[in-house]
Design a protein around this ligand. Structure first.
Ligand code: GDP
Ligand code: MG
Length: 713
């Protein structure tokens, strides 16, 4: 007997399935019933070239959720009979509604052809669909037809033949939802796989989605398997956590993400020539994701956020600063005045100056995270990803890269982990390598220290803005360079979800803010504390016992002279600073600093900045700690210590300050990021490549900025 290829026709009711079926098969059909139910089963056949194809008309359904016998039949035919191809008839004039079913075929991972039927109706309503783009986004062939006039039917036959004939089976793109849903899906799928709970013919992630949807059939199927109890309980916990996070039943969350995916698709492929009635969400999207205004709008919002970060954070910052100073004076007072106790020095000049110096900026960090949480929870960040996607695509980059990059504004470590959503290694590696250029939360203390210290109030937000933009611009350019050299290749198309707009609750925003801020606090209590102690030791030992000059004698002489009191004070201060400098030069820090100082000169940095930059390797905030330690050592006036913010402008100018920020932004990522890059790329080479590459990049860019800048000073 000759070989027959089994394919099925599926689609929403009234999408024109029967019409297309008739057009394809003509009179060669046969009507029966699906076993056990009174749903008609129509089978027909036709030829495509030399292939004999048997076509089954599945019952019309809107979904595959098994809510009705039709849905269950459609789903089981596909899972159990494994047709070679699903031909999905779509009413093109109702694309959005029809894609809901299409998406579920994609979740199943079946080979798929999309038929945009009733394309005549769509055109009459002024709807244009970019079929080619749709095909690339979904990874499926797309054919346009007018069923009742047999238009496009021959083309459809031809395409069916081609797809069936091709040796390796056509598979649609995997549907990747955004992390909120995708992570629970993957976790649940992993539990199923690990416990061997994936029956023959099923896909673990699909089963996971069904469990999230609380699908009775699949829950029943899996719980009947031996030893499934504990695994299903673990999955229930995952579902419970998701529901708790989002505050909605998981089946609704799944549906929302599906609609988000479809909204994103439609925004990409549908253009409407006629003015149609829009709902609020669509109206908002048409502004927020506008081709021209979308980006300036985003930039404006970022500017506003930075502006508020400083203005709202400022009073709190002042309070904490005073608190830290007070604590320093208080702890100092435990020892007699002028005591050289190492413990006193460790506590006051090491721990309090180091950790306290960083904690001062907690309010700014918390506020920035608060603002980002609002932008995320309302659904705006997804729109930003959407507009950036377009921009990135234009310059040949994968748009999805922008999601890890957005996460990178918080912290590079989760951002690097988020690159897992990129399927191709070249996209993934490129993104991973540039993620640290996104200015993470740990850099905020550096900016918050430097910007108010050196720049006038009205410029603060603009300076901060320029740093972030520099980071993004350098990241994009670097990625472009990498993609056209080391990681060459085509872009992989994908769909970005446009989730529904939500009015976030204060509680959920606070939870998001707190979860990030607490990571920072935890870091202050552990890594920063330990590193501050080490930096303090390196900045104190070996101790200089005998000095080149007789500082004490010089000071005494000035004290006895007849100079005015104010002048005396400043002279003594100057000599004191010189003494500290000599003492510091003798320590490990000083020696290292002096060795590297010549190399730092082109960037406008002195040896003290150099030591702080080295100190910043374990964590970026340690730059502030180390500067605090270095300048705390110089503190003569113990009764009235001067904040680091007030001290720095005496030693550096605005250009140097700006260069410090640029260098901290671009240079080697912190140790945790290095470890994450090593783990995720599974390669020491790329981790080191990133570390040295970014440092070299920082060196070049900062030198350029400084050298160019001094021309105007
Ligand atoms: P089914 O429920 O999916 O099987 O849909 P049918 O095949 O029964 O079609 C429903 C209605 O749509 C019928 O009146 C068809 O004549 C009409 N129809 C089918 N395809 C097209 C098309 O491409 N364009 C237009 N304008 N009408 C169509
Ligand atoms: Mg029909």
């Amino acid at each position: 007997m000759e070989k027959r290829n089994q394919i099925v026709l599926a689609g929403n009711p009234n999408s024109g399935k029967t019409t297309v079926f008739n057009a394809l098969t003509g009179a060669r059909q046969h009507v029966g019933n699906y076993p056990g139910v009174t749903v008609e089963k129509i089978v027909g056949s036709f030829k495509s070239g030399d292939l004999n194809i048997t076509l089954t008309d599945l019952p019309g359904t809107y979904s595959l959720t098994a809510n009705s016998p039709e849905e269950l039949i459609a789903r089981n035919v596909i899972i159990n009979e494994k047709p070679e191809l699903v031909v999905n008839i779509i009413d093109a004039s109702n694309l959005e509604r029809n894609l809901f079913l299409t998406l579920q075929f994609m979740e199943l991972g079946v080979p798929l052809i999309l038929v945009l039927n009733m394309i005549d109706n769509a055109r009459d309503r002024g709807i244009e669909i970019d079929a080619e783009r749709l095909a690339r986004l979904f990874g499926a062939r797309v054919v346009c037809t007018v069923g009742n006039r047999s238009e496009g039917i021959n083309e459809l036959k031809k395409v069916i033949g081609e797809v069936v004939r091709e040796k390796e089976r056509h598979s649609v793109n995997k549907v990747n939802y955004s992390d909120e849903l995708e992570i629970p899906i993957r976790k649940a799928a992993k539990i199923l796989t690990d416990n061997k709970l994936v029956p023959e013919g099923y896909d673990a992630e699909w089963l996971a989605i069904k469990l999230l949807e609380k699908d009775n059939e699949i829950t029943g199927l899996l719980s009947a398997l031996p030893g499934s109890g504990e695994a299903l309980k673990a999955i229930d916990d995952i579902i419970g956590k998701l529901e708790n996070d989002v505050n909605e039943p998981s089946e609704i969350i799944v549906t929302e993400h599906r609609y988000g995916f479809i909204a994103g698709t439609c925004r990409e492929v549908v253009s409407s020539t006629l003015q149609k009635r829009r709902d609020i969400s669509e109206a908002a999207d048409s502004v927020l994701t506008h081709r021209v205004f979308g980006i300036p709008l985003f930039l404006g919002l970022m500017y506003l956020v930075f502006y508020l970060t400083f203005t709202v954070g400022d009073p709190f910052m002042g309070w904490i600063e005073q608190g830290v100073e007070w604590l320093g004076v208080f702890v100092s007072s435990w020892w007699p005045e002028g005591s050289a106790s190492p413990l006193r020095s460790l506590l006051v000049e090491g721990v309090i100056a180091g950790v306290g110096g960083v904690l001062v900026f907690l309010p700014n960090i918390a506020f920035l995270f608060f603002a980002i949480a609002i932008l995320e929870d309302t659904g705006y960040m997804a729109r930003v990803a959407f507009i950036m996607d377009r921009l990135m695509n234009k310059i040949g980059l994968h748009g999805k890269s922008f999601i890890p990059m957005l996460i990178g504004f918080g912290c590079s470590v989760p951002a690097i982990m988020a690159t897992r959503t990129l399927n191709l290694r070249r996209d993934r590696m490129t993104t991973m390598l540039v993620v640290p250029l996104m200015s993470c939360g740990a850099r905020i203390p550096i900016y918050a220290l430097i910007i108010p210290a050196f720049f006038p109030k009205k410029w603060e937000a603009a300076i901060m803005f320029s740093i972030y933009i520099t980071g993004i611009a350098v990241a994009v350019l670097t990625a472009k360079l990498l993609r056209s050299t080391l990681f060459r290749g085509e872009n992989e198309p994908f769909v970005l979800e446009l989730p529904p707009y939500r009015i976030p609750t204060l509680k959920s925003i606070c939870i998001h803010m707190w979860s990030r801020t607490s990571v920072y606090l935890h870091k202050a209590g552990t890594l920063l504390l330990g590193a501050s102690v080490v930096l303090w030791a390196l900045s104190n030992y070996p101790k200089k016992e005998t000095f080149e000059r007789d500082y004490a004698g010089e000071m005494a002489k000035i004290e006895q002279s007849r100079l005015p009191a104010a002048e005396k004070k400043s002279l003594i201060r100057k000599i004191g600073n010189e003494k500290t400098a000599e003492a510091l030069s003798y320590t490990c820090t000083g020696r290292i600093g002096h060795v590297i100082a010549p190399a730092l000169k082109p960037m406008g940095f002195d040896w003290r900045v150099g030591t702080a930059l080295i100190g910043a390797f374990p964590a970026k905030e340690l730059f502030v700690s180390q500067m605090g330690i270095v300048f705390a050592l110089g503190e003569l006036d113990e009764e009235n210590p001067v904040a680091l913010r007030a001290e720095l402008p005496k030693h550096y100018n605005g250009l140097q300050a700006y260069c410090i920020m640029i260098f901290c932004l671009l240079s080697a990522p912190c140790i945790a990021t290095f470890a994450a890059a090593r783990r995720e790329s599974n390669s020491w080479f790329w981790a080191f490549f990133q570390m040295f590459g970014l440092t070299a990049l920082a060196y070049i860019v900062t030198t350029l900025v400084y050298q160019f800048g001094i021309l105007f000073m």
